[in-house]
Design a protein around this ligand. Structure first.
Ligand SMILES: [Zn+2]
Ligand SMILES: [Zn+2]
Length: 758
């Protein structure tokens, strides 16, 4: 106790703006429209991106938060709509809130005859007809494009005929399975547009990422040029990395030490900043956490000054647009000093230039971190950004290795549009929209697409005719394709009394999360599951807030179906990538008190679940383990601990969440014949995460090793090797053994990588 939690301080210098004159092709009326909204001279990167798009080149603008990316697409779109009174444009955003903000901003320019309108799940039915018939700039999201627009393209013929631009905003948000679906959705969009004779220019907007041109080209399916030099002004910022201290008086699972929570620490920092009069935004991972943070900051402030508590509020998704704007306005004018928010605020909302931002827990990607940090700082003023580590291996690694967070280019987004589990349903939808031809299969991934089409023919879904492949059913496949999920039918979580659907769970994880007796949290309210019926896809719950939480006990087996690539490093280590079957069997669950005390273990009778996906794995010989000093009886714990930490660190390299992936480790695996650690994708067919781990193996395992070694706990805790989703109750775990295993593997792999004769 009393230890200084400050791990690192970095000063980021001020950057002045580079403004340029409007290019000649921008009309004077458009210039004065922007001048009316406060833009007299655009920044260099805005003009560069807009000019390329105007010239018909696909472009991605990848610059920081509040760098005016909207203008980069508004200018070419509005110019095209003015030049041709029948031209149209489509805007896509990952969230409705962002779409609404962007629609408001485009409408505020007051350009006549554009009739910009939103078309999403909230658009009333009578209005939809009007939008289809009259709007020339439609603001929608991938879900609506997939379910509402493409399958009914004939009704949109007039819109598609002159489609000149497609804007894909916040495109770094499209990753994993969702990103793979969106990539194929954009190919479907281009195909339909071509059918009506148009070939739209794509303009993508992204956070700063490491190779924006490649990511954008893979997502859109068209070659994109990147504009990355950010010429917007930025104030100086101080970034502080903060690791909450271990609390001596508390013990967690298996006696592990406990850190003060990131939420409690964030509330204290927020309180101090508000007392100083700094306008501060705190980002907290969960909605309940945001409310608790605001509440405890208000409580602490009431002891300082009775006028201060009312100047702190919580902000979350689900607010009405008026509520959001009122809150944003009072934060901007300083009547509100502190706001605790979930990531709902991350996208597009017009808040910038604050005095301080506190980020509680790594938000999943560096892009998100910088986006949140970008809310702080104004030209000519300095600002503070505090990152507070949560107790998981990734956050531990980051506060101990600041350059991984502050000097690294933001990770590229990982998608895999050739995943057959994504291609299958997407090609079914595409074939229903327009028959598939050989030519269009190349758009959808060539040989991989052809294999999937042959399977769909075999299943009787498609029929081959001389002119192409045709959808055979009268029914649209679209509604059963969940583009944000894993492809299977989701399990609906329903409250028995009210018959209200609370949410959905993907079928692969239903046994672990909504088994009978499970405590299920929904937006901060607690429910207990009465019954899980996998056949009918229903989990019935009732409202109850027991003092315990539940943790599933799971037996997991993995078998190798095929090896895509195997590298042997002598006789001691091999590294492979391949297809695997992961069989999981939830056999019971523990009821646990908040103190960590286990009340009891309750058995369950649930069926086994099998997941076919991709995995990366490495093996170690018995000789190498002995040489590394890992005793025979410690091997399972050492491998298990190394597996947990590796799962925790992969998100640093693969833009996934630790919940998107899983692992299995064993001292002797039946398929490899050796001690093996597997890390696998959590989605059918994979989402590219295991592949990314395979590519980045050395930096990934190095970071894994360093994260474990950096944690000062004696024998393992949630900040290093314990995992919140372990099906074995975090046993056995051997922290020192894990470091020895990783050191040994890295020594062999790096030595062999460097020796040319190997
Ligand atoms: Zn630890
Ligand atoms: Zn485990």
């Amino acid at each position: 106790m009393g230890e200084n939690p400050l791990r690192h301080v970095r000063e980021l210098p001020e950057r002045p703006a580079t403004s340029v004159p409007w290019p000649d092709w921008v009309s004077s009326s458009l210039r004065s429209a922007f001048a009316g909204c406060g833009v007299s001279a655009p920044w260099a990167h805005q003009v560069e991106a807009a000019t390329r798009a105007h010239a018909g080149r696909h472009v991605v603008v990848a610059t920081g938060t509040a760098s005016g990316k909207s203008l980069a697409y508004q200018v070419p779109v509005l110019t095209a709509l003015a030049a041709n009174p029948r031209a149209t444009a489509l805007y896509l955003s990952p969230t409705k809130a962002l779409g609404a903000d962007q629609l408001r901003s485009a409408s505020a320019l007051g350009v006549a005859e554009v009739r910009a309108a939103s078309f999403d799940g909230d658009t009333p039915l009578p209005e939809r007809d009007w939008v289809r018939a009259h709007s020339r700039w439609v603001f929608t999201n991938p879900d609506m494009l997939h379910r509402g627009i493409l399958p009914a393209h004939a009704k949109w013929a007039h819109f598609f005929r002159r489609l000149s631009y497609v804007v894909v905003d916040e495109c770094h948000g499209y990753r994993g399975v969702f990103g793979s679906h969106v990539a194929l959705l954009l190919r479907r969009l281009r195909r339909v547009a071509r059918r009506y004779g148009s070939d739209p220019v794509f303009v993508l907007a992204s956070a700063t990422v490491s190779d924006p041109a490649d990511s954008a080209s893979l997502l859109s399916g068209v070659p994109c040029e990147a504009v990355t030099l950010d010429s917007s002004p930025r104030g100086a910022r101080t970034v502080a990395l903060w690791e909450p201290p271990l609390l001596a008086e508390l013990a967690g699972e298996n006696g592990a030490p406990v850190r003060r929570s990131a939420g409690a620490e964030t509330a204290r920092i927020l309180t101090d900043l508000v007392v100083e009069g700094a306008r501060t935004l705190a980002f907290v991972r969960s909605r309940r956490g945001a409310e608790l943070t605001a509440l405890s900051a208000r409580h602490a402030l009431s002891e300082v000054d009775s006028s201060l508590p009312s100047r702190v509020a919580a902000y979350r998704a689900g607010f009405l647009p008026e509520e959001r704007r009122a809150l944003e306005k009072s934060l901007a004018d300083g009547s509100l000093l502190g706001v605790a928010s979930t990531n709902a605020l991350e996208l597009g909302v017009d808040i910038a230039g604050l005095d301080a931002v506190v980020v509680a827990g790594y938000p999943g990607t560096l892009a998100s971190f910088w986006q949140q940090a970008g809310r702080a700082g104004r030209a000519g003023d300095s600002a503070l950004v505090v990152f507070v580590a949560q107790d998981n291996p990734l956050d531990t690694y980051l506060v101990h290795h600041p350059s991984a967070m502050l000097d690294k280019a933001v990770e590229a987004t990982v998608i895999d549009p050739t995943n057959p589990y994504v291609l299958g349903p997407q090609l079914a939808c595409a074939a229903m929209e327009l028959p598939l031809t050989d030519a269009c299969l190349s758009t959808f991934g060539g040989a991989a697409a052809r294999r999937v089409v042959d399977e769909l023919v075999g299943d009787g879904m498609l029929r081959r005719r001389p002119t192409g492949w045709f959808w055979t059913s009268r029914e649209r496949p679209h509604s059963s394709v969940d583009i944000r999920g894993s492809g299977g039918e989701q399990i609906a979580v329903v409250e028995t009394d009210s018959a209200r659907m609370l949410g959905t769970v993907d079928p692969g994880s239903a046994c672990a999360t909504v088994h009978p007796g499970a405590v299920y949290l929904h937006q901060g309210t607690s429910f207990v599951v009465d019954d899980l019926d996998l056949e009918s896809g229903l989990a019935m719950v009732h409202r109850e807030d027991p003092e315990w939480s539940t943790m599933p006990r799971e037996q997991i087996d993995i078998s190798v179906l095929s090896t895509v690539e195997r590298r042997a490093f002598g006789a001691d280590v091999s590294v492979s990538l391949g297809e695997v079957a992961v069989t999981s069997h939830v056999v019971g669950y523990l009821r646990r008190l908040p103190s960590g005390q286990v009340l009891d273990q309750i058995p369950l009778d649930l069926p086994e679940q099998t997941l076919h996906t991709r995995a990366v794995w490495y093996t170690l010989s018995e000789a190498l383990l002995a040489e590394a000093g890992v005793a025979h009886r410690d091997v399972p714990g050492a491998l298990h601990a190394a597996e947990h930490a590796a799962i925790g660190l992969l998100p640093l390299f693969a833009t996934c969440d630790r919940w998107d992936i899983g692992g299995v480790s064993t001292a002797l695996h039946q398929d490899t014949g050796e001690a093996t650690v597997f890390v696998h994708d959590g989605h059918p067919g994979g989402a590219g995460f295991a592949d990314r781990g395979h590519t980045a193996l050395i930096p990934w395992l190095t970071a894994t090793r360093d994260a474990i070694a950096a944690c000062e706990c004696p024998a393992g805790c949630p900040s290093c090797v314990q995992s919140p989703k372990c099906g074995n109750g975090n046993e056995p775990l051997d922290k020192a053994g894990a470091v020895a295993v990783l050191d040994a593997v890295l020594r062999v792999v790096t030595a062999r990588n460097q020796s040319p004769a190997a």
